[in-house]
Design a protein around this ligand. Structure first.
Ligand code: 4NP
Length: 153
């Protein structure tokens, strides 16, 4: 077991629904597994629609229901993210494609689908749906996030 920090960036389209949810859930999972100091989490969007906005109220409610207070503001992926983060985990195929187009060739291996350790599928965009979609997102994310932690530590 190494002592280095692992840095992970979660990426969706708007950085207000799925990637802040992943960031909040991951931080809490890491803390509950005694890895809070070793796992650094952040999130960003491929699009700029919601820059500076708080996370969607439905994501904040879902996180709050699990005891997580989330205060992040939406930002867009920037070029130096590819060097700054060890892992860049995309929510869906479209986010993955956008990231791969921007990522330097030598760093492409860092860019993965967040559900790669479980189903390998996309986390469906919940924005235009009901709260159920957010709940389903979290149910898919938690096992995958735990599997990433298992792989890294
Ligand atoms: P996210 O969800 O990518 O999970 O943050 C979305 C948020 C906003 C929009 C689409 C998806 N939008 O079209 O504004």
């Amino acid at each position: 077991m190494g002592t280095d920090q692992v840095r992970v960036l979660f990426v969706c389209l708007g950085n207000i629904c799925r990637s802040p949810m992943s960031e909040g859930l991951m931080r809490t999972l890491a803390t509950s597994r005694g890895l809070g100091e070793r796992l650094v989490c952040d999130s960003a969007g491929t699009a700029a629609y919601h820059l500076g906005e708080p996370a969607d109220a439905r994501t904040r409610a879902l996180l709050r229901s699990r005891g997580i207070d989330y205060h992040g503001r939406a930002r867009q992926v920037q070029s130096d993210d590819f060097e700054r983060f060890d892992w860049i985990l995309a929510m869906d195929r479209s986010n993955l494609d956008a990231l791969k187009r921007r990522c330097p060739p030598s760093l492409q291996d860092r860019v993965r689908m967040v559900l790669e350790p479980t189903s390998g599928r996309s986390v469906q965009d919940p924005y235009y749906g009901s709260e159920d979609g957010f709940e389903r997102n979290a149910e898919e994310l938690v096992p995958a996030l735990n599997a990433w932690i298992d792989q890294w530590f």
